[in-house]
Structure formats: structure tokens, C-alpha cells
Design a protein around this ligand. Structure first.
Ligand SMILES: Nc1ncnc2c1ncn2[C@@H]1O[C@H](COP(=O)(O)OP(=O)(O)OP(=O)(O)O)[C@@H](O)[C@H]1O
Ligand SMILES: [Mg+2]
Length: 285
């Protein structure tokens, strides 16, 4: 475990600023008074991942694009957050930077208490393997492997022994126990995406990032996968961050963040499709 740098931040003032999402959560055990002086307002529930003044500039000079512009946000542990915004507003960039798939140009990104900017490439790879799960719009399953083999693949690659009880409970939640030996081509789109979510869940990552996971699904398969992600949060305590264009998909989340021109411009707690739609209209999106 020497490979991982634990960079515990003591910057409580910064922390209290970043909990845009965490602030929605009920006070957790960490907010119980200990007699220690705490900043005002009290810090939000712990964030599974967060950014501090994160900016991302692609290219340089006249051709440069500021894809993220000073974003400070926290994704509360055990919460389901949706990110919405017009095409090109920086949703994927934000997710890729927080997931350690891309680096920020300035500012900081944390998964738990680990500052990604302080990790070597190798440490970052290990952190991604062990702490982060991904679900993409295309299901990204290995066609020659069975559903079960696909689910266990990240652990196989990491040389990690599967926690059987956990994997069994994930598989039970997926509701595909009788399809485990099937190859992806023998599964429906919704079932394939459920395998992809189960794969992301199987190694118990700190946070799962899903970039338009229902973008390629019909509405029935889409609601199947959203219901499953919701259960993963409610029953397994998973943290999920999901990019979507769909107000109905966003309504499964606890909180919706709205991005425009690389900045978070608004958020909505306890979203309904109609309220999400109204917000989108107010941004002209
Ligand atoms: N590798 C890159 N090089 C240069 N510019 C990039 C790169 N990736 C993204 N961008 C630009 O950064 C901005 C944000 O892109 P991003 O992919 O984050 O948008 P998005 O909100 O996910 O959009 P969409 O809804 O279309 O997926 C866009 O202007 C995009 O053109
Ligand atoms: Mg995108």
C-alpha cells in the first residue's frame, strides 16, 4: 500500500465551499460536535470526489478552449448526482478530470482525500483501477467473455480477489443471475448496460462515473438501468455521477448540476422531469 499517497487536506474552509452537492445531504456522523472549532457553515457530508477551482484549457493561443472554468464542486458519498448542460458545456471534461482520465490545467481534484495531482502515472492507474468505476454510452463489454467474466474483469486485471459476497449481492441487484454465462451478443442493450454497471460496482469503487449511460437505450431499457443505478445508491451505498441530456434520466438522481460554458450555473435537489425541463428552458438549452 506504499504506492498510494494519502494526501489528507486540512483546508476546511475550502472544503466547506466545495460541498455544493454534499450540502444537500443530511448531516452525517462527521458533523457531530466534538468541541473542535469548526468553520461556519459546518462542513458538508464527506465528498467521495471533489474539485477545487478546477479549470481545463485545451490547446493554446487563439485556438484554446476553456472547457472547465474554475469549477469547485463536491460529489457527496452515497449520493446520485446528474450533470446536465448543452453540448460542449464541459460535462465529459469534468467527469474525465474528476475520474483521473484527464488532468486539469489548474486547480485540484480529489478522490476521497487523495489529491490526483500529486500522484505519479502509476499511482493514478492504481487509484483508477481500485477507486473509480466507469460506465460509458457504448457498453464497452468484451464480446468474447461471458457476463460474469466481464463483471469480474477489472478485478482480474488488478490481480485482486473478488469479494464473493459483494459480487453476489451486486449480481443479485443486477437481476441477471440466470444470464451470467451469456455473451454480450446474447443480451439486450439494457442487459448489457446492466452488466457494465455491475462491472463498475464489483470492485466497490469510491465513485462510479457514467457518461450518458442510457444514451443508446430505448426508454424501457433506459429506465431499467436507471432503476438499477438508483438501487445501487440506495441499497449498496454507491456514489454515482452521471452525465445525461434526458430530464427523465436526471430525475433519478438526488441532485442535478447544470453546466454552461465550463461552469456550474445552477443545481436542483429532488429533481422531477418537469422541474429539470423548466431549468433547462431557463438556460435556453
Ligand atoms: N481533446 C480535446 N481537445 C480540444 N478541445 C476539446 C477536447 N475535448 C473537449 N474539447 C472541447 O471542450 C469543450 C467541452 O467538451 P466536452 O466534451 O466536455 O462537452 P460535453 O458537455 O460533454 O458535450 P456533449 O454533450 O456534446 O458530450 C468543447 O468545446 C469541446 O470542443
Ligand atoms: Mg460529453
Amino acid at each position: 500500500m506504499t504506492a498510494r499517497t494519502q494526501d489528507v487536506t486540512h483546508n476546511d474552509a475550502a472544503r466547506s465551499m466545495v460541498g455544493e452537492v454534499g450540502r444537500q445531504t443530511a448531516p452525517g456522523p462527521g458533523t457531530i460536535s466534538t468541541g473542535v472549532r469548526t468553520p461556519h457553515p459546518p462542513p458538508p457530508a464527506a465528498a467521495a470526489a471533489r474539485t477545487e477551482s478546477a479549470s481545463k484549457v485545451y490547446g493554446s493561443g487563439q485556438n484554446s478552449v476553456r472547457a472547465l472554468d474554475d469549477v469547485t464542486v463536491g460529489f457527496g458519498a452515497g449520493r446520485f448526482t446528474a450533470i446536465m448542460g448543452p453540448s460542449g458545456s464541459g460535462k465529459s471534461t469534468l467527469m474525465h478530470c474528476v475520474a483521473g482520465l484527464d488532468s486539469v490545467s489548474s486547480g485540484r481534484v480529489f478522490i476521497g482525500d487523495v489529491d490526483l495531482g500529486k500522484l505519479s502515472d502509476r499511482q493514478l492507474t492504481i487509484l483508477r483501477r481500485t477507486q473509480v468505476g466507469f460506465v460509458f454510452q457504448a457498453f464497452n463489454l468484451i464480446p468474447t467473455l461471458s457476463a460474469e467474466e466481464n463483471i469480474k474483469l477489472p478485478m482480474t486485471l488488478a490481480g485482486k480477489k473478488a469479494d464473493r459476497a459483494w459480487v453476489d449481492s451486486v449480481i443479485a441487484t443486477v437481476g441477471l443471475a440466470n444470464r451470467l454465462s451469456h455473451r454480450p451478443s446474447e443480451l439486450s442493450g439494457g442487459q448489457q448496460q446492466r452488466v457494465a454497471v455491475a462491472r463498475a460496482l464489483a470492485s466497490r469503487p469510491k465513485v462510479i462515473f457514467a457518461d450518458e449511460p442510457t444514451g443508446n437505450l430505448d426508454s424501457r431499457s433506459g429506465s431499467e438501468i436507471l432503476t438499477f443505478m438508483r438501487r445501487a445508491v440506495d441499497e449498496l451505498g454507491q456514489t454515482i455521477v452521471m452525465v445525461t441530456h434526458d430530464p427523465t434520466a436526471a430525475s433519478y438522481a438526488d441532485t442535478v448540476l447544470f453546466l454552461a460554458d465550463g461552469a456550474i450555473v445552477d443545481q436542483l435537489a429532488q429533481p422531477t422531469p418537469q422541474r429539470v425541463l423548466d431549468k433547462m428552458k431557463s438556460f435556453g438549452g
